[in-house]
Design a protein around this ligand. Sequence first.
Ligand code: SAM
Length: 452
Amino acid sequence: MPELPKEFLQSIACCAGYDETAFIHAHQQDIPVSIRLNPFKPADIPHLVKAPVSWCQQAFYLEQRPNFTRDLSFQAGCYYVQEAGSMFLDHVLRSQGASEKALTVLDLCAAPGGKSTLALSAMHPDGVLVSNEVIKPRAEILSQNLSKWGICNSIVTNADPRDFSELQATFDIILVDAPCSGSGLFRKQEDAIEEWSSDLVNLCSQRQKRILSDVLPALKPGGLLIYSTCSYSTEENEAVADWLVSEYPLHSERIELQSEWGIVESQSDRQKAHGYRFYPNRTVSEGFYCAVFRLDGNSSENNHQQRSKKNKTELASKKELAVIEHYVNCTDDHPVVKFKEDFLLMNPATMEFMTSHPRLYMKKAGTRIGSIIRDELVPNHDLALSIHVSQRVNRIEADEETLIRFMKKELFTADGAKGWNLMTHKGYGLGWIKHLGNRINNYLPNEFRILN
Ligand code: SAM
């Protein structure tokens, strides 16, 4: 690994809990590999587990880094590979009661989806997560990862933070995992070392404040703002926390920690806002910073604004449901919504959000079931990955080699009933094929294909 820049080391010398010798030494050590299991797709994972991640449920360090791409449990969304520091969000959400009631949550800077999949696991399933990414190709990857997670209470938007300003007092929780100078990931991404400069830190700090001020009107009174970066720089962390509590009616929330976790509690200079720092020499993780704030006021004060314009949605008709029911476990808790040509499965909170915000560009809402053509359903790939796909559909639980050929879109043979079949691994869907007897049509979208 290249040497850490002197200017960088000097700039973080005064940070809470910083120990230069131990910090530099940690940058010569191996990077821990950690995964977080999908609670909606329980499965045995074929990797050797070293230890649990203390601040996150169902998360583990692995003995070594396997080839994740070729692991079919990974492809089926049974787990997510995530840096352990980022998983602190699980402890924050649970300690703030997010698992106990149905909430409307926004993950503003969400791609590739690590914190969004975590939030979906920690929050109450009757709530809705709006997962936003401003950069279009990254929004596509976010959408894929949320499809793999398999549940239907999320919406993917591809909007600028400014677009959320007009959603006055809408969200119970807003997560801003802000773009940053990236020093916390120096061990993993060596090119970030080359790119680091104090100018970049200042630029990021200004951008972070701009993003926060754009989105804050959308937080309900009494709502929670969670701010995080993977930078060590005070300008992007404590100084932003300071600015938040001095500019807005926000107060800093203290999060309970266990001392053996090694997380350092910091305080901003002026306002004494609490923040939580992860250093690789203290926590088994890369660098990370997180701070939590509550907006003054009471959530019952808010937002009974009447929105005049609504997205045109209608529920599937009885006749359409009769076609769909073969493919999806339809229940009263999960309405099937007709939107343009598509049928979507979602919970009522997701439907309500989707209907109420027609000006927000939604790339994906709930789980796409498919469309009905000549009284037959053409199932969508999203449904293949969903936990709501019905046991009634024909399934092919093929061996690993066949499934890899399927995922690479190479030719393969498999016995199956004529028509649509779900290719499964350990019972979880990977994608659809259409069996024509003497031929198989592979419907795996190219974006999900394994390339090597
Ligand atoms: N939360 C993600 C996760 O856990 O997988 C990682 C998010 S990454 C730290 C920051 C994200 O902010 C990136 O996806 C980046 O594309 C996005 N971003 C970049 N510039 C932005 C801006 N001006 N406003 C909002 N988001 C931005």
